[in-house]
Design a protein around this ligand. Structure first.
Ligand code: NAD
Length: 500
């Protein structure tokens, strides 16, 4: 039997074979077919990637804004032209449906488009005459070598949150994709080089814990953007901050929606089903808890019927709503959490365990699962399930529902469904969550804004993409200038702090 292809490292503009002895299979989660083998890069290879980025920074930091903008204009075009191939790769290694894979690529493409507008984004400020004949202005200068560490669930969008904005602002980059599904990320890197990103400006290493720790510790890396679980993100934040780096970590979640009885019923139930079970619940912004207020509690049977009607199958099958979970381990974890939910006393309204999927008997499938009567203290409430499992809770009033959400440690996203502007505004004001949807189930901001998860879902002040990321990837340098006219009279020695 022929060996599956190997995933390459990208160092100094070349795709190179790793010399490591440690490899892992990239597996199609619908079929268990081995698609490729991914290396765990050696310390020397990680050093070489960082050294190549450090060398490239010497020239890239001075590249004209127009040159950088045009690379990303070309890049967005290449991504569009290769959209279907990218989506097919993504579905094969990650499992999500083909239309959702296109969505994954598209939400990343929007960040590339944003990066092409760098000329309007990386602007400093100037104040004229801050003292007699003195002007002050700021430069937003790149930091140097930056690094990105990405999760498995958006292997196109999340790498594209990172390296385009870092590189557009004049930095060079080392990316460490998820070892579970690195193939679409690598194809996106090939297209980035084709678009004109010079050798050494973008580098890729593969691996797991050791590679991540090496990135956290490396003296030549100035900033790290991490997206992944709360456990690993907290570790990365602490370790890399101690090593003096600027760090942003976007982490785990438990996103609640409130449904008020005046909500548009059909739209609301469709939105909830899509946001809870789409991508098999493997989205950091998936809706995992719905708080039904008052008479909305009567909607449970209809919601369960919608969940039951979703088609569970391979992501390439037409009409599939819910694909497989990324790995057997992920399926086993979700299944055991469903068991915990039953043991903890929640009511299992719909059990998606062990579905029979013709043609995909070996896939890691769990069908839509719904619990009602879910309360804090139950494992299915306290933990991020990251599977197609929806928890329903009840509240007597909007205020009680808001209080429940504000007590949860996570702060990634939340939503309210209502036709009342007053209730929606009250929610917007009182809720302590960084991203709020009003009749929008997954309020992930488009890149003219920033992704603004909060509290337990985020470490670091600045979010990825949008205006905030310009500040994340740059150092503000403030210049205070005075130019003497030839006939300026000397005022003698000034021994005070005042600008005269
Ligand atoms: P993960 O934390 O397991 O992996 C993320 C990255 O960390 C990977 O590149 C992985 O190789 C590395 N890693 C894994 N274990 C490590 C260890 N012990 N030490 C150092 N590095 C390690 O996350 P995942 O399972 O790939 O992704 C799912 C998680 O990501 C969920 O919790 C989800 O909510 C979160 N997520 C958050 C956002 C957000 O924007 N807040 C977006 C997407 C995903």
């Amino acid at each position: 039997m022929s060996q599956p292809p190997t995933v390459k490292l990208l160092i100094g503009g070349k795709f190179v074979e790793s010399k490591t002895t440690q490899w892992r299979d990239v597996i199609n989660p619908a079929t268990q077919q081995v698609l490729a083998r991914v290396p765990f890069a050696t310390p020397a290879e990680i050093d070489a990637a960082v050294a190549s980025a450090k060398e490239a920074f010497k020239t890239w930091r001075k590249s004209p804004i127009g040159q950088r903008a045009r690379i990303f204009l070309k890049y967005q075009q290449l991504i569009r032209e290769n959209m279907q191939e990218l989506a097919a790769l993504l579905t094969a290694e990650q499992g999500k449906t083909l239309p959702d894979a296109e969505g994954d690529v598209f939400r990343g493409l929007e960040v590339v488009e944003h990066a092409a507008g760098i000329g309007n984004l990386q602007l400093g400020e100037l104040a004229n005459n801050v003292a007699g004949g003195v002007d002050t202005y700021t430069l937003l200068q790149p930091l140097g070598v930056c690094a990105g560490i990405t999760p498995f669930n958006f292997p196109a969008m999340i790498p594209l949150w990172m390296f385009p904005m870092a590189i557009a602002t004049g930095n060079t980059f080392v990316l460490k994709p998820s070892e579970q599904d690195p193939m679409v990320t690598m194809r996106l890197c090939e297209l980035a080089l084709e678009a004109g990103i010079p050798p050494g400006v973008l580098n890729v290493v593969h691996g797991g814990e050791d590679a991540v720790n090496a990135i956290c510790d490396h003296a030549d890396i100035k900033a790290i953007s991490f997206v992944g679980s709360t456990r690993v993100g907290t570790h990365v934040y602490q370790r890399a901050s101690l090593a003096g780096k600027r760090v942003q970590c976007m982490m785990g979640a438990k996103n609640h929606a409130i449904v008020l009885p005046d909500a548009n019923r059909e739209q609301t139930l469709n939105a909830i089903a899509g946001a809870a079970f789409g991508a098999a619940g493997q989205r950091c912004m998936a809706l995992s808890v719905v708080v039904l207020v008052g008479a909305a509690q009567k909607w449970i049977p209809e919601l369960v019927a919608k969940a039951r009607s979703l088609k569970v199958s391979g992501g390439t099958e037409k009409g599939t709503d819910v694909g497989p979970l990324v790995s057997c381990a992920a399926r086993d974890r979700v299944t055991s959490l469903i068991e915990r939910g039953v043991a903890d006393g929640a009511k299992l309204e719909l059990d998606g365990r062990n579905p029979s999927i013709p043609g995909y008997e070996k896939g890691n499938f769990v069908g839509p699962t719904v619990f009602s009567g879910v309360k804090p203290g139950m494992a299915i409430y306290d933990q991020e399930i990251f599977g197609p499992v929806l928890c329903l809770s009840e509240a007597d009033s909007l205020d009680a529902a808001i209080e429940l959400i504000n007590r949860n440690p996570n702060g990634n996203g939340t939503a309210i469904f209502t036709q009342s502007g007053a209730a929606a505004r009250r929610f917007q004001e009182e809720i302590d969550i960084g991203q709020v949807g009003i009749n929008v189930p997954i309020p992930v901001p488009v890149p003219i804004f920033s992704f603004s998860g909060s509290r337990g879902s985020k470490l670091g002040d600045l979010g990825p993409y949008g205006k905030q990321v310009i500040l994340f990837y740059t150092q503000t340098k403030t210049i205070t200038t005075r130019w003497f006219d030839d006939d300026t009279l000397s005022q003698g020695v000034n021994t005070t702090i005042s600008l005269r």
